[in-house]
Design a protein around this ligand. Structure first.
Ligand SMILES: *Cc1c(COP(=O)(O)O)cnc(C)c1O
Length: 433
């Protein structure tokens, strides 16, 4: 693939983009009447235009039917969530029985660790990535303490080597092997939120299971971003949120995956509630929990229909676009960004921007993290003033995520052009977009 650093070229790429029509399906944020360049879909995905109507439908049915909406709404609330296994299975590479939409992400992490983290005197360690997302760190720490163990001893972190930003797969598997007699769970992100590194989930799963551990992934930054094959990789459990790449709204209903070989095992300990109870006899309200023999057996509460309406509107778009087409466009968008950043460094005559996201096939998704070697804050402020929504991480990292459903090559070009202008003119203001 040979790219060109020009607005005409970027626009030409947009014209031949098979997914170009999807941008029109979203509300694009504005400021002062001007459309912004939105590169923070890894933090909160944009609102699909269909969302309002989908939620409105449930509000109308609630107004009209009251409690009877559970059975007489146009999409009865009693079974409202049952469409998700099909839609989510496509997104995360699973069998429909293996996935369920429920709760929130950190809650699901706890729910799944309750089942899969069953430490005993011998096996009690959790192996994870260093600098995992804070909520995951707190979840692991508190799980360890719930079992009366010491996080210092029980949590083993794998870090990048000195001078490197990303974690090598061989280092992860080496640490797993080193602790193979004491590891209970291996828990990694699918995509590291800081560097954008996609972990080799297949290799980590194989290594963890060979060591006798259960292996799980937090897919917050992976679901809807990179191709996943949770079933094929033999992952034991996983969870994700729906408000990042999945565009299902702030605090939207999250998801969970439990591998086929575990779902029908009623003896697996779990946090139980009535919505995980066998459907045919749920309303007999008998004592003694009999789980649904699918991932729904981990469901505790009845479905949050309003947030699920938003989820449905968003997943419909994933279904229409197809994960493969999305992955293909994402690859091109991100590679174009890599190319433009390389152009900037060449123009500057030195590395002004160090891309810390790995560039290899399958090693990155949408997100690109840039270590700004000079004038980082100034560049970030100028980008913001010019109408680009990006993300700043201390001490000097700018993260952006060109998202294939609604971002364009032109926007990526504008981003590179703005940075180039700022770096080439000391102290100057960025031009307006
Ligand atoms: C976004 C994110 C979270 C947020 O958790 P919530 O329970 O949805 O608030 C947790 N973990 C990771 C890795 C994330 O990226």
């Amino acid at each position: 693939m040979t790219f060109e650093n020009s607005l005409e070229y970027a626009r030409a790429q947009d014209r031949i983009d098979p997914l170009r029509a999807f941008r029109g399906q979203f509300h694009l944020p504005h400021r002062g009447g001007r459309e912004l360049i939105y590169f923070t879909g890894n933090s909160l995905g944009l609102q699909p235009r269909a969302t309002r109507e989908m939620i409105g439908r449930e509000l109308d049915d609630w107004a009209e039917h009251g409690v009877e909406g559970h059975f007489s709404a146009r999409s009865p609330w009693y079974s409202y969530h049952e469409i998700f296994p099909q839609q989510l299975a496509h997104v995360v590479g699973a069998l429909p029985e293996e996935v369920v939409a429920m709760n929130q992400l950190t809650v699901n992490l706890h729910v799944l660790l309750t089942t899969f983290y069953r430490p005993d005197r011998k096996r009690y360690k959790i192996i994870c990535e260093a600098k995992a997302f804070p909520s995951d760190q707190y979840a692991m720490e508190s799980q360890v303490r719930l079992h009366g163990l010491d996080p210092q001893d029980a949590i083993v972190e794998v870090a990048p080597r000195a001078g490197e930003h990303t974690i090598r797969t061989e280092d992860i598997t080496a640490v797993i092997q080193l602790h193979s007699s004491s590891v209970a769970v291996v828990l990694f992100g699918g995509v590291n939120y800081y560097t954008g590194q996609v972990f080799d989930m297949k290799a980590i799963t194989a290594a963890g299971q060979q060591a006798g551990a259960f292996v799980g992934f937090d897919l917050a930054h992976a679901a809807g971003n990179v191709p996943l094959d949770l079933h094929g990789w033999n992952v034991d459990f996983a969870c994700w949120c729906s408000y990042k790449y999945l565009n299902s709204g702030p605090g939207g209903v999250a998801g969970a995956f439990i591998h086929e070989r575990h779902i029908a095992n009623p003896s697996l300990p779990r946090m139980a509630g009535w919505w995980g109870y066998t459907k045919a006899s749920r309303f007999e309200m008998k004592s003694g929990f009999v789980p649904i023999p699918t991932a729904e057996g981990w469901q505790m509460s009845n479905a949050p229909v309003l947030s699920m309406a938003a989820h449905k509107a968003a997943l419909n778009l994933f279904e229409q676009a197809g994960m493969q087409a999305l992955a293909e466009k994402s690859r091109l968008l991100t590679r174009y960004l890599f190319y433009l950043l390389d152009c900037i460094n060449t123009d500057q005559g030195h590395t002004a921007i160090e891309v810390i996201t790995p560039r290899g096939d399958g090693e990155h998704g949408c997100q690109v993290s840039m270590l700004m070697k000079e004038r980082g804050r100034e560049v970030f402020a100028a980008l913001a003033a010019a109408g680009v929504l990006a993300d700043w991480r201390e001490p000097n990292v700018i993260r952006i995520a060109p998202v294939p459903l609604y971002n364009t090559f032109e926007e990526v070009w504008q981003f590179g052009h703005l940075i180039s202008s700022i770096l080439s003119t000391p102290g100057a203001q960025a031009p307006s977009i």
